[in-house]
Design a protein around this ligand. Structure first.
Ligand code: UDP
Ligand code: MG
Length: 304
């Protein structure tokens, strides 16, 4: 019999955890051909989250938890959950019921019967999120799509069920600065998308503020793109062009200020181009250091 691991990162979720557990258990226990386990990750909560998890694991053998020594962030919690999970399939879910449990049977059907490696929820609408956050998120996904050439669209979050092959590929990516949305896209595999409507969190407060969202966005770009390092190259070329124009003008109108400006702009462009070359070496080394797999196999002939 197949087993589904439900991985739930929790940071100060005492208000919503009992409701999450009740609702999700109700849905997942209707899947007749699979057993299940809950893997809760207490990400250094400072409320009664850990007490609730202790009680759940005491009362229900389907529940296990690990508790971090401090808050390491959702990315670390998801990695820990995938490492601890023993299921043939894993699904990542937020504790606040923003990821509707009612999708679980369809997700399981897609990965166990329809030949998909992954079935992911795609959120449509951002009603619960506020105007500023919606606008910033949309702009961010537009930028990151351009910079990384990877498929990371707005609404495609972490809510997804994956098979062992895909989970193992994700666990092979051992980089410290994790940006899981990028990692999903990097490892590839066949994904089915299921749309769901955005809802406000059932209880408790979001853990994100504008500052943490900006740093998350920055991490995302830096983890998967070295494009910002190329900026100095573009500026260098631009300055070189300007200095050439100034130089030509100075030939016909030999004024001291024009000659000096042309020389200064020319030297600046040289510096920027040197920084660009350094950046090129640095970006190669940066990506090398992540030690990402060079290829990932999806299928091979059975004789292998
Ligand atoms: N979370 C976590 N560690 C953190 C921040 C968040 O484990 O440092 C968990 C949180 O408990 C929730 C999920 O990540 O289960 C999503 O967080 P939240 O609902 O605050 O994010 P939002 O839905 O507002 O993007
Ligand atoms: Mg939420």
């Amino acid at each position: 019999m197949n087993k589904i691991s439900i991985i739930v990162p929790c940071f100060n979720e005492e208000e919503v955890l009992p409701a999450f557990y009740q609702e999700t258990r109700k849905v997942v226990s209707t899947i007749s051909d699979a057993s299940y386990e809950f893997v809760f990750i207490d990400d250094g909560s400072r409320d009664h989250t850990l007490d609730i998890l202790r009680l759940l694991s005491y009362q229900d053998a389907h529940c296990k938890y690990i508790s971090f020594s401090r808050n390491f962030g959702k990315e670390a919690a998801m990695y820990a959950g995938l490492t601890e999970a023993t299921g043939d399939y894993c699904v990542l879910m937020d504790a606040d019921l923003q990821h509707p449990p009612k999708l679980l049977p369809d997700m399981y059907h897609a990965v166990s019967q329809e030949g998909y490696d992954c079935c992911a929820g795609k959120r449509v609408g951002r009603e619960g999120d506020g105007v500023l956050r919606s606008f910033l998120s949309k702009s961010f996904y537009r930028v990151i799509q351009k910079l990384t050439h990877m498929n990371m669209s707005d609404g495609a979050g972490d809510f997804r069920m994956m098979n062992r092959k895909m989970i193992n590929a994700i666990l092979e990516m051992k980089e410290y600065n994790r940006y899981t949305k990028g990692i999903f896209s990097f490892v590839g595999f066949e994904t089915k998308w299921l749309e769901f409507h955005n809802v406000e969190r059932a209880a408790g407060k979001t853990k994100w503020n504008i500052k943490s969202l900006f740093s998350y966005a920055f991490d995302g770009i830096l983890s998967f793109s070295t494009a910002p390092l190329k900026l100095s190259g573009i500026l260098g070329l631009l300055f070189l062009l300007i200095s050439a124009c100034l130089g030509v003008t100075a030939i016909f109108h030999p004024k001291t200020w024009l000659i000096v400006t042309a020389i200064v702009v020319f030297l600046s462009s040289l510096q920027m181009l040197m920084v660009f070359i350094l950046g090129e070496y640095l970006s190669k080394d940066y990506l090398e250091n992540k030690k990402r797999p060079i290829y990932i196999v999806r299928e091979e002939s059975s004789s292998n």
